[in-house]
Design a protein around this ligand. Structure first.
Ligand code: SF4
Ligand code: SF4
Length: 117
């Protein structure tokens, strides 16, 4: 299971720099560097998106996080096949950092952990 941190605070899944989604999908099939990757699961904070995101919420992780017993750790699917951590479109990095504090759309985020093969 990946440990993921994310500072895209405008994403509704972001909770105290952790991700409350059950699964995320990082995109960037042609990416040769982190700048061409992005978190396709980013969803901006608005009422409509809260409702539509309910099925992907990691409530167990969120509840545990409140009691400080575990981290929220989404499964990370990833299209960035040129990254050394990508195995059959799954991320096998121990720690993943998604970022861009000022992102207001998925495309403005990026996976800082990308490392070219
Ligand atoms: S941008 Fe992606 S990794 Fe960050 S909180 Fe949103 S869904 Fe999770
Ligand atoms: S570290 Fe690599 S494989 Fe993992 S999510 Fe980031 S780009 Fe994808």
């Amino acid at each position: 299971m990946n440990k993921l941190k994310c500072n895209a605070v405008n994403c509704l899944y972001n909770y105290d720099a952790l991700c409350s989604a059950e699964t995320i999908k990082v995109q960037g099939e042609q990416a040769m560097g982190s700048g061409a990757t992005f978190c396709g699961t980013f969803s901006s904070k608005n009422i409509g998106n809260y409702v539509s995101s309910i099925t992907n919420m990691n409530y167990g992780g969120a509840a545990k996080q409140l009691f400080n017993t575990a981290s929220m750790e989404p499964h990370v699917f990833c299209d960035a096949v040129n990254c050394t951590y990508n195995t059959n479109q799954l991320c096998n990095a121990d720690d993943v950092q998604i970022q861009n504090e000022v992102s207001t759309s998925a495309e403005q985020t990026e996976c800082q952990t990308f490392y070219p093969r």
